[in-house]
Write a protein that binds this ligand. Structure first.
Ligand SMILES: [Zn+2]
Length: 381
């Protein structure tokens, strides 16, 4: 999702627009023009689409702010043509918290709909319905209110379908996790979601509903992805930092030149490094003189800028550096690597650095574990 444009930062959470959304804004007016609508109607519908996306953003902030309340940070909120995604940095531990975070989004749409309700005190509902189908009038701006109201109700209902990646899937999983393990709960929720997906696809086939069919396929794929994520996570929970860290690692001196880490990187020995300086001590690991980290990207940047004579200090990331304990689970290691700007973290015991872990080390370990499970690695008999 790197092809997204940062449009705002609200409550310190980046809100990004996926490039395909820009395309949508271009296509809608053209498509509407093709349908023979006049300029006024096109402007109305474009404003309505923007209004709907404002509601989607509020929905996502419903998730993100509830998550924040329970100590879970949000990486970013991405707006896609099919809706929004609040990407949380991790799953909340307690099922009740997951439930509340998941339900908060649709709850926002219910609140918006309720706030728009008084409109019908002054305008009879029947004016906006043909049978039970809502119709759009575009006479005055206030005609947008019933449209937004209907759409918010639809957003709440659609999101509560008990299938991943919809909020309803998370609601179901959290309720099941109160009685069983998260892996088992996800397994059941994924199956329920896939059942819904199949029903959608069958219905779409019989009724020529292409849109619903696509949603069905999307849900089916997303449900499998969620199961893979949770399996990965429960794999991580089985191991500790102490089983994974590399005890052989280079200790870069901040006053040395960038040539040195480039040499290590070139030989594909190490990718990310700890940086030390006897005169500076900022990370709290005073006796060890550890001041920060240097990552692969910075070294490559130095190469590209022909800046290998620069001191390592110039490229060192000196943000606060979290330490890992040997008995910390790999899940927590994974989260710390994701949440902090550092690509490598030290494993500490009583302030002593035992070794390091970065994503390369983590992935190599997990790869090996997978091969062990599949029996690809010969074990001693
Ligand atoms: Zn949601």
């Amino acid at each position: 999702m790197s092809q997204s444009l940062l449009i705002a930062k609200i409550f310190d959470i980046p809100v990004k627009l996926h490039w395909s959304f820009g395309l949508l804004l271009l296509i809608i007016p053209l498509a509407l023009q093709g349908m023979g609508l006049n300029t006024k109607e096109i402007i109305f519908i474009t404003v309505l689409v923007l209004g709907v996306f404002a509601c989607v953003v509020m929905h996502e902030f419903g998730h993100a702010l509830t998550a924040k309340h329970y100590g879970v940070t949000t990486k970013d909120i991405i707006l896609l043509p099919i809706g929004g995604v609040a990407r949380l940095n991790r799953l909340p531990e307690k099922p009740l918290h997951e439930f509340l975070i998941a339900i908060a989004g649709p709850a926002v749409n219910v609140v918006i709909a309720a706030l728009l309700m008084p409109y019908f005190l002054f305008n009879p509902l029947s004016e906006h319905l043909v049978g039970s189908q809502p119709i759009l009038n575009f006479e005055t701006w206030s005609d947008l209110i019933p449209a937004l109201l209907f759409i918010n109700v639809a957003l709440a209902v659609f999101n509560l379908i008990p299938a991943f990646p919809m909020d309803g899937g998370r609601v179901l999983r959290s309720l099941l996790s109160m009685k069983t393990s998260r892996l088992m709960a996800t397994n059941i929720a994924v199956r329920v979601g896939q059942l819904f997906a199949v029903l959608f696809i069958v219905y779409a086939f019989n009724n020529n509903g292409l849109g619903l069919g696509l949603i069905g396929v999307f849900i089916f794929v997303a449900a499998r992805q969620e199961l893979a994520n949770i399996r990965f996570e429960s794999n991580l929970e089985q191991f500790t930092a102490g089983e994974v860290f590399h005890s052989k690692f280079s200790r870069l001196q901040s006053k040395d030149q960038m040539q040195i880490p480039f040499g290590y990187l070139k030989r594909v020995e190490e990718y990310n490094f700890l940086v030390f300086d006897e005169n500076l001590s900022r990370t709290g690991f005073g006796s060890q003189d550890l001041i920060g980290t240097l990552n692969e990207k910075s070294i490559i940047k130095a190469v590209e800028d022909s800046d290998l004579d620069a001191s390592i200090l110039d490229y060192t990331n000196q943000n606060p550096l979290p330490g890992l304990s040997p008995n910390e689970s790999l899940k927590s290691v994974y989260e710390k690597l994701h949440e902090h700007s550092h690509s490598i973290l030290p494993v500490l015991d009583n302030g002593e650095i035992l070794g390091v872990i970065d994503f390369h080390i983590l992935n190599r370990f997990l790869d090996f574990q997978r091969k062990l499970k599949k029996g690809k690695v010969a074990t001693k008999k």
